[in-house]
Design a protein around this ligand. Structure first.
Ligand SMILES: *[C@@H]1O[C@H](CO)[C@@H](O)[C@H](O)[C@H]1NC(C)=O
Ligand SMILES: *[C@@H]1O[C@H](CO)[C@@H](O)[C@H](O)[C@H]1NC(C)=O
Length: 169
């Protein structure tokens, strides 16, 4: 009896600790996914690859305009690495209501292009690492420029006033 207790007590305490940590770690509000980013990558010094990416971007814009990707919007084209992104890129931001058609469209049409898909929560680093996925080849990101906790500065997929231009960086 006594030796059993000595064995079980530490185990029970460990379990209690683990479960209390799971319960406390993130609240529902902190876990909420507000939307998604699809980052399309291309080798900006490769003319063919860049043209494929720009043509794909036109196709995305068409789907936004015809309503299939109605709750998505495009951000500008980056012709150089920017933020965590190692090569040329552009972002499509989709509200969570658009995730299903957006996934369908990107899966079926990304061609030779790598796409990073990540959720938008308060936790930018986690969103770009453990919670992220790639279509096509996976690329390394520099997450050191991202914030661990954005708190109130969430990306809500709001329209970007000067969103449609090309950014040479
Ligand atoms: C996403 O949702 C927010 C809040 O409802 C809205 O203001 C924004 O315009 C939406 N973005 C798109 C691209 O539909
Ligand atoms: C993908 O790359 C191959 C080989 O370079 C090329 O033939 C094909 O046209 C490319 N696909 C698209 C959608 O551009």
């Amino acid at each position: 009896m006594h030796s059993n207790f000595l064995l079980i007590a530490p185990l029970a305490l460990t379990c209690l600790f683990v479960f209390s940590q799971i319960g406390q770690s993130l609240s529902q509000e902190e876990l909420e996914i507000h939307g998604y980013h699809f980052h399309t990558y291309f080798f900006q010094t490769n003319e063919r690859n860049t043209q494929e990416a720009l043509a794909f971007r036109d196709a995305i814009q068409n789907q936004i305009d015809n309503g299939f990707l109605g709750n998505c919007r495009l951000n500008r084209v980056n012709l150089a690495p920017v933020g965590p992104h190692p090569i040329g890129s552009y972002e499509t931001c989709c509200n969570k209501t658009s995730i299903s058609p957006a996934l369908t469209f990107f899966m079926e049409n990304h061609g030779n292009l790598s796409i990073l898909l990540h959720p938008l929560t308060r936790y930018e680093v986690m969103d770009h690492t453990h919670r992220a996925m790639f279509l096509g080849e996976k690329l390394p990101l520099d997450v050191s420029v991202l914030s661990e906790d954005l708190a109130e500065n969430l990306d809500l997929c709001l329209p970007i006033p000067s969103g449609n231009d090309i950014n040479a960086v």
